[in-house]
Design a protein around this ligand. Structure first.
Ligand SMILES: [Zn+2]
Length: 269
């Protein structure tokens, strides 16, 4: 069995049974970006509790199944329309960056591509630059994806403090994958049952762009999604005759090599 890493899944929305099934399927580790909780939180204190959950409690729940749990911190783009709340939340982050399982700032990005979202995105970039953290980027879905990804890549490229090899642009599809890779970023493909990419499309993309700096995730969350989406990609790649070493690079070594650059990284024993 090929072990796998799911580098983007919101386990606070998932059951303990999901951890168990992921462990049975060979999941070695996951990373959980801070995101929307299905509703807009009213206070910075709500985010403080969420960050405690991500950094101190969820790793213990995962450890029961021998899955390593890492996290990323931010206020997501869906809630970033409220700039003053966003600033209060960003001020809370440095305290948590010291937690051993925190990989960096994320998932930051744009949702409806508004001015307030862009302001809050920039302020996250300021924090990441000051603390030299890795960055995980959420790109918008569906019809605004190309425009939003273009805006984000332009903001990243326009900021001389941003080191592309320390940034992962997530939720790429056929029409945005080159924007990420050709500019030196890592990228993530999201395998989703309803929107985003199917395992077959993800496999097509790998066949188009190769296996450097590319990874796949389930982005499992409170909505309809599948924590076993990465194993489904493994099956699809096998069915098409890709060698095991190629599959392992995409579903295990690439995310691990991206994470290894994190400031708090401790090598697995
Ligand atoms: Zn997400």
């Amino acid at each position: 069995m090929i072990g796998f890493i799911d580098p983007h899944i919101h386990m606070v929305s998932r059951t303990t049974d999901d951890y168990q099934r992921m462990a049975y399927a060979g999941c070695a580790a996951i990373s959980e970006p801070a995101f929307w909780a299905g509703f807009d939180r009213g206070t910075a204190a709500g985010f403080h509790d969420y960050f405690r959950q991500l950094t101190r409690y969820e790793p213990k729940r995962a450890a029961q199944f021998h899955i390593r749990h890492y996290s990323w911190l931010c206020i997501n783009a869906k809630e970033a329309e409220n700039v003053s709340l966003s600033r209060e939340v960003i001020a809370l982050i440095p305290e948590f960056l010291k937690e051993p399982t925190v990989l960096g700032i994320g998932e930051i990005g744009l949702n409806k591509n508004t001015r307030n979202e862009a302001t809050v995105f920039q302020e996250h970039l300021d924090l990441a630059a000051k603390t030299d953290e890795l960055i995980l980027i959420h790109t918008p879905h569906l019809e605004d994806k190309y425009k939003g990804t273009r805006m984000i890549v332009d903001m990243l490229k326009g900021d001389s403090r941003v080191k592309p090899h320390r940034v992962c642009v997530d939720h790429v599809e056929e029409h945005t994958v080159r924007l990420a890779l050709d500019n030196g970023f890592w990228c993530g493909m999201t395998l989703y049952p309803t929107t985003k990419c199917t395992p077959a499309r993800a496999c097509d993309i790998i066949e188009m762009v190769g296996t450097d700096r590319i990874m796949a995730n389930s982005a499992g969350d409170w909505g309809k999604s599948d924590p076993l989406a990465v194993p489904e990609l493994i099956q699809e790649m096998r069915r098409r005759g890709h060698p095991e070493a190629t599959i392992r690079k995409v579903v295990y070594e690439n995310p691990l090599n991206f994470w290894r650059q994190a400031n708090n990284w401790v090598e697995w024993t």
